[in-house]
Design a protein around this ligand. Structure first.
Ligand code: PNS
Length: 178
């Protein structure tokens, strides 16, 4: 029987390294939406460090440059305290390998997301052993995508409930320019 005074179980030696639990949320983030932010927020509660990896796609001109997207993401994730935002190009598995990240966290909005996400998860696992964890998107954001936000905002629709305030302002400013 264990008495209340009993010594606690084995403790880590001072010199023993404590593993840092890292994960990455990858995407285009052109721009970040409340749906992305919800997934990053939830991942940041599960992992010590969450990397947000912003894909550089030279063949596709975005509304925001990669640097602008990174700046917006940094502003809206600052208060989470354990989020690092970086650009990447090439394979996501190489980004993970370079930073010793064992897990990719992705939001699943609907069944229609699943086919492609499953293919990518299996390919990435086959390439390097990295795991993908799927988080069900908050139903409030199940229809939300950066493309739809840009389309609605471009036609003057109100997207203030779909993106952080900083992003809403950046969208209004960018789209007001001819
Ligand atoms: O926000 P998006 O555009 O849906 O994000 C797609 C992204 C960046 C997660 C995906 O295209 C990706 O991981 N690209 C990096 C290139 C790569 O690793 N391709 C092989 C995937 S199996």
């Amino acid at each position: 029987m264990t008495s209340p005074e009993a010594e606690p179980g084995p403790r880590r030696e001072e010199s023993e390294e404590v593993p840092v639990r890292r994960a990455v949320c990858p995407g285009s983030f052109d721009p970040i939406t409340n749906g992305h932010l919800d997934i990053i927020d939830r991942a940041s509660r599960l992992y010590d460090t969450v990397y947000v990896a912003v894909m550089i796609n030279k063949s596709k001109k975005g509304l925001f440059t990669v640097d602008e997207r990174i700046d917006l993401i940094r502003q809206v994730t600052e208060d989470l305290g354990n989020v690092r935002v970086e650009a990447f190009h090439g394979l996501l598995v190489d980004f993970c390998k370079d930073r010793e990240i064992p897990a990719i966290v992705k939001g699943l909005r609907a069944v229609s997301d699943f086919d492609y996400e499953l293919q990518m998860a299996q390919m990435n696992n086959g390439l390097s052993g990295v795991e993908t964890l799927f988080v069900p998107t908050n139903p409030t954001y199940s229809f939300l995508s950066s493309s739809l936000v840009k389309e609605v905002a471009a036609w003057g629709g109100d997207v203030s409930h779909l993106v952080p305030e900083t992003v809403n302002r950046a969208l209004a400013e960018r789209l007001s320019k001819p």
